[in-house]
Each structure stands twice: as C-alpha cells, then as structure tokens.
Design a protein around this ligand. Structure first.
Ligand code: AMP
Ligand code: MG
Length: 419
C-alpha cells in the first residue's frame, strides 16, 4: 500500500474552501416533493409546503384590552371626574346591538367588541360605579385600551410562507386564523451508521483496544431534533464488503445517509472507495479544522455524508455541512445559522487558509457591550466534553494566521446549530 507523500493535514490545492464545500453539498439536494396534511397537534417541527393566507381579520373587531367602560372621549374631561349613565353591558363574545350614543358609558370586558361610537376604554380600577352610573377619572388621551380590528392579521395577508419550520408560535398563529390541517412536506428519512472495528455499542463489552460508539447517538439525536425519520444501521467493522452491503441498503431506504469514521487516507479507511463503487464521490477534502476529511457524494437517490470519526469533528461537520443540506431537503427556506458578533477573549494561532472552529462560551461583555467569548482550553477533536461544557462554536475565518484578544469573531450558539 502506498501512502500519500504529503502530510495528510497539509493544505493543498485540491482542498475545498469551507463555503464552497457547503455550497456544493446544498446543490446536491432539492426539497422532498411529497406533502401531506397534518392536524395542528402533529405539526410541530414540520415544514410548511404552502403559504398560509388568512381569510379573516385577527382580531375580528375592535375590542377592549381591559375590563372597564367604553366611552366617547369627547364626553370626558381632562381635569375633572365625569359621571355617565351605564346603558349597555358587553361581555366577551357578544356583539353590541347598537352604537354607543353621546353621553353614555358601556360596561365592557376584556376581548369584548367595542360598540360603534366608543373610542376609548377606561379600565375599571380608577372608576366608581353603581348599577346605573359610573364616575370616570379625568382622561387626557383618546383611544386608550382598545385593540384594533386586524392589528395582528388582516384578511388576505400571507401570515406564513412555504419553507417555514413550524414551532409552537407558528402553530398558534395558524390556529388563530382557523387553519386546522396545514400542508407540510414529508419527513426526510435519514440513515446512520458508525464505522470502525474498534467501535462497540454501549451496554456490551469494550475489550482492550475497543471504544464505545458515541457518534451514532449524537447524530441520531441531532437528526431526530431536526424532525427527520431516523434509521439506525448500527456499527460496521472496517471491512469493505460489509460497508458496501449496508450502504446499499441504507441508500435505497433513506434520503440522506450519514456515517462516521473511515473516510481518511489510512488503509483501514474503506468508506470512500465503497461510495465510489456504489455511486459517486463529490469531494472529501475540505480546508477546515476540526473535520478534515469529510466525504460527500451520492448513492442512488441518497446523498451520502461521511463524517470524520473523531467525535468533535463529526459533530462540527454535521452542524456546518450536513445540517444545512438536510434542512434544504426538508424544504426549509432559511438553512444557514445566523451568527452573533463577539470579541475573542484569548489569543490563538491558526493556519492561514483554513477555516477553524473553536468550542467556546460567552463569559461577559466588553466596554462596547459586545459579548466576550472564551475558548475551551484544549483543541483535541476527540474531546466530546468540550461540546458538553461549551455554549457554541466560534468561527475563525480563513485569512488570518492568528487571533488576538479583542478581535471580532462570529459565534454560533449550539441552539442555532441544532434542532
Ligand atoms: P477514523 O476517522 O475512523 O480514523 O476515526 C478517528 C478517531 O475517531 C479514532 O480514534 C476512532 O477510534 C474514533 N471514532 C471513530 N468512530 C467513532 C465513534 N462512532 N464514536 C467514538 N469515537 C469514534
Ligand atoms: Mg476508523
């Protein structure tokens, strides 16, 4: 077996910049075509396949924001109390049968339609009332405590666009216009397996030389949190025949196949040739750290992402590369996470020309109010504890060869990289 003459971690011309790798991966997929209608209770985490257009105003009528008295501002005094007769009583759910005339007050409750003619609601607390009359305090401003018809949603408004992920607020928003069964895309099917003769399932033995599989559990959790249907293909030894058989089955069943380990250049790394045998490899060398190598290709209709074996590298590459691609396949409109500008609270040497990500946490704020990020002290891409105790990833851009304290960098909290 010949080994490459160059250092496996040296930068070379055939290494893709991170942005180009991410763009090529996105270009491999289109949104799943199949859609279905689901009841609102089952819609959480799904992706809208249609624009939701409201056929009504929300609120449907001007209504009271408080329990109190609906009046005409012109009847009130700015300096003195005003006594008015109570001529109507309007609980929520009842539409007043006539306008409020000049010189009248209506007893009104939160959410109840405001009678025509009334323009101001006085909360009950500063008022004194008996059965027939109310004494209102001095009032200086018209239009108080009134919620306007259509102030949330107007009839004909597109309230949510196709491609939106449905969280509880979006589901409530659809409910508020009476939509009961939104059209969503079918779930993306993801298959996962780990590779490595040394890798064992927790619960069983780990003899000398063996390690327990952590990647598969991280990846299955990340995919489930995204709303994918996840199939577990277990752990495969570093054996081309076994890999080929399982990859063939997984790619026939799933939209995306994710593996970890076995994508480097060692003689025991068999994943790339098997992908080329069954399908095609698009790229596998990316100028990043942690993470290189990352193998991307196609097998049948499935997109294949071979993540590195090192647990931190697998996690980072999933978040930065696999997740946006899977979101696009899910039909999500916005697939890239939005970073937060922060200041480095540390000095760090990196390699120019390579994008690097550090596990980091926000520890305070500098004089201009920008959050300050501290990095997890060790870089090792096998140290999963660094992900557990950190708050997110700090992106170190390609160009510089060092980061100095005070440099402004982009921080991605884990909540924006997962789910
Ligand atoms: P590889 O990419 O196969 O060369 O693996 C790189 C490192 O990651 C090796 O130390 C492996 O033992 C380790 N590794 C590979 N797969 C897993 C896994 N599923 N869980 C935990 N560590 C792994
Ligand atoms: Mg391996």
């Amino acid at each position: 077996m010949t080994r490459p003459a160059v250092d496996a971690f040296a930068l070379s011309a055939d290494m893709l910049p991170a942005d180009e790798a991410a763009a090529r991966l996105l270009d491999l997929v289109t949104p799943v075509a199949e859609t279905e209608r689901v009841p609102l209770v089952d819609a959480r985490g799904r992706v809208l396949a249609e624009d939701i257009v409201s056929d009504r105003n929300v609120p449907p009528h001007d209504n009271s924001a408080v329990d109190g008295y609906a009046v005409r501002f012109a009847d009130l005094s700015a300096e003195d109390e005003t006594r008015l007769p109570i001529t109507m009583r309007i609980p929520a759910g009842i539409v007043p049968d006539r306008p409020l005339a000049a010189g009248e007050a209506a007893r009104i409750f939160t959410g109840a339609p405001v009678p025509e003619g009334a323009d101001t609601i006085i909360p009950q607390e500063p008022c004194r009332a008996d059965d027939d009359t109310v004494v209102l305090p001095p009032v200086r401003k018209a239009g108080q405590n009134l919620r306007r018809k259509a102030e949330d949603i107007g009839a004909g408004d597109t309230i949510l666009a196709a491609g939106r992920r449905l969280r509880p607020a979006e589901i409530g928003f659809m409910a508020s216009v009476g939509v009961a069964e939104p059209l969503v895309r079918r779930r993306v099917r993801a298959a996962v397996f780990s590779t490595g003769t040394e890798v064992r399932d927790p619960g069983g033995d780990a003899p000398p030389g063996a390690i327990y599989d952590s990647n598969r559990f991280v990846l299955m959790g990340l995919l489930a949190d995204m709303g994918c249907d996840v199939s577990d293909y277990g752990i495969l030894p570093d054996d081309p025949a076994a890999l080929k058989d399982t990859l063939a089955r997984a790619s026939a069943e799933a939209d995306v196949v994710l593996t970890s380990g076995g994508v480097s250049t060692g003689e025991e790394d068999h994943v790339k040739p098997v992908v080329e045998d069954l399908g095609s490899l698009d790229f596998w060398r990316v100028a990043i750290r942690p993470g290189r190598p990352l193998a991307v290709g196609r097998v049948g209709n499935a997109v294949f992402v071979g993540l590195p074996g090192n647990p931190v590298a697998a996690f980072v590459c999933f978040c930065m590369f696999a997740r946006p691609m899977i979101l696009r396949r899910m039909g999500v409109a916005e697939v890239l996470p939005r970073p937060i500008p922060v200041r480095a609270g540390f000095a760090f040497k990196k390699r120019a020309g390579r994008r690097e990500w550090l596990r980091a946490s926000l520890t305070g704020r500098d004089e201009d109010g920008l959050p300050v990020a501290e990095r997890f002290p060790t870089e090792g891409s096998g140290i999963l504890r660094s992900v557990v105790v950190s708050e997110g990833l700090l992106t170190l851009p390609e160009e510089p060869s060092a980061i100095a304290p005070g440099d402004v960098l982009e921080f991605l909290p884990f909540e924006r990289l997962t789910g």
